[in-house]
Write a protein that binds this ligand. Structure first.
Ligand SMILES: [Mg+2]
Length: 115
């Protein structure tokens, strides 16, 4: 089976938007995303946290929040080494599925409205 990868955004997706760089609250839509991430991890997927946050600019708070709430993260803003070996390095995060509040469609709309 191919290596399945889930890319998940942080702000307004796993947590609501707080007073940057602080982490926002976990609203219902955010809790549903966290549940889905845990479910995919249990199914053997690799989880990549794909965020605009950078080291020293809120990234540490995001990673700590994921740890504190049991949201499994395998890689942060980085492609899977197996993908890099196969395809080469890229700035774009390669994945099988992505969750982001900027998505078009119902999930993105729900995260923007309720997350
Ligand atoms: Mg976002």
């Amino acid at each position: 089976m191919d290596n399945l990868i889930l890319s998940v955004d942080f702000d307004r997706t796993l947590f609501s938007l707080g007073e940057f760089p602080e982490v926002g609250k976990r609203r219902l839509a955010n809790r549903l995303v966290a549940w889905y991430v845990r479910r995919k991890k249990r199914q053997g997927w690799t989880i990549i946290l794909n965020t605009l946050r950078e080291p020293g600019k809120g990234l540490e708070q995001a990673v700590e929040a994921c740890r504190a709430y049991g949201i499994p993260i395998d890689l942060v803003n980085s492609n899977d080494p197996r993908q890099i070996k196969k395809w080469g390095e890229s700035r774009k995060i390669g994945c099988s599925l992505a969750i982001d509040d900027r998505n078009i469609g119902l999930v993105g709309w729900l995260l923007r409205k309720l997350g």
